[in-house]
Design a protein around this ligand. Structure first.
Ligand code: MEV
Length: 314
């Protein structure tokens, strides 16, 4: 136990810029921590195992089924820390909207694992953290690539390929802003990932072509970012959206918000994360343009909008 008899852990939301879904099939993806949204976990001693979060407050053993991934990651972490017998009160506070493609399930697991390690005064390097978070993600999403765990646990943009060492890379686009908008509809990552897998079984040639094209677009997006070419990045994003739509992971509300962004002169727009709801992103070449696009997206029915600079010193 650490000297203060409490443990703290935190994590941020994440945005996938390029490569959702295709990343499950070994193609590259680009993601970054989204600091506008975050999660903190506090651990203190108690007389039983208790969990306190937005959806449940009570004995951990009684937590509802949809919190199974959290319960499992708590028990597994305690087991690995050789403290399975611990009696703790775990409080989760989050501003990451749940089931919106912002990685809230992975971020919760990251913050919980970190807080439990902190409580017992044990360091929590990513070699220990990521396998535990991916275990929770398997329960939550079925077949995670690991990108959500990697993006919510770090503080840098990443170029991610499943099973390979993480590559951090500089996302520094002059005068560029990303608008992130919430459709207000719960995303369906698990269903979308398994429907893409079904498409892959039914018509392997077509699905594989969309997936490999999404991979190539991600490589091109990386080149555009390194060349500080926001215009090209915007085109690539809109092109990626067409392939994601062909893979059936967009939906009407996402399409409406994306269309509203493009009509308001966004450089590009696409869904982000698992899709079928959740969030979309659009790219703008000035703060004023980002504000105009955000207003258009809100008029088209977005629930919430954030604007994030893609310039490092902003
Ligand atoms: C979900 O944020 C991203 C997906 O590619 C699933 C995954 O990579 O685990 C849809």
């Amino acid at each position: 136990m650490n000297k203060e008899n409490t443990g703290q852990g935190s994590a941020t939301g994440k945005i996938i810029l390029m490569g959702e879904h295709s990343v499950v099939y070994g193609e590259p993806a680009i993601a970054f921590p989204f600091r506008e949204t975050a999660i903190t976990v506090n651990v203190t001693p108690d007389t039983d195992m208790y969990l306190d979060c937005l959806y449940f407050s009570g004995k951990l053993i009684k937590a509802p089924k949809h919190l199974e991934s959290i319960r499992s990651v708590i028990y597994q972490t305690l087991k690995e820390l050789n403290h399975s017998e611990a009696l703790l009160h775990i409080v989760i506070n989050s501003t990451i909207p749940a089931e919106r493609g912002m990685g809230s399930s992975a971020a919760t697991a990251v913050a919980v694992v970190r807080a439990l390690h902190d409580y017992f005064g044990v360091p929590c390097p990513s070699e220990n953290l990521l396998p535990l978070v991916n275990l929770a993600e398997k329960i939550a999403h079925g077949n995670p690539s690991g990108i959500d765990a990697a993006a919510t646990s770090g503080d840098q943009p990443i170029y991610f390929i499943k099973g390979q060492a993480l590559e951090v890379f500089p996302m520094n686009l002059t005068n560029s802003y990303l608008i992130v908008a919430d459709t207000g509809i719960k995303g369906q990552t698990r269903a979308a990932v398994s429907d893409v897998a079904r498409l892959f079984e039914q018509d392997k040639k077509t699905a594989a072509l969309h997936i490999s094209t999404l991979g190539q677009l991600t490589v091109q997006a990386k080149t555009a970012i390194l060349a500080d070419d926001a215009y090209r990045l915007g085109q690539i994003m809109t092109e990626a959206q067409a392939h994601l739509t062909a893979l059936t992971v967009s939906n009407d509300k996402l399409d409406q918000l994306i269309q509203a962004a493009l009509s308001a002169n966004a450089l590009g727009a696409k869904l982000t994360g698992g899709g079928r709801g959740g969030c979309m992103i659009a790219l703008a070449d000035s703060k004023a343009a980002a504000q105009t696009i955000a207003a258009a997206i809100k008029d088209a029915g977005a629930n919430a909008c954030w604007i994030q600079s893609l310039e490092v010193n902003n």
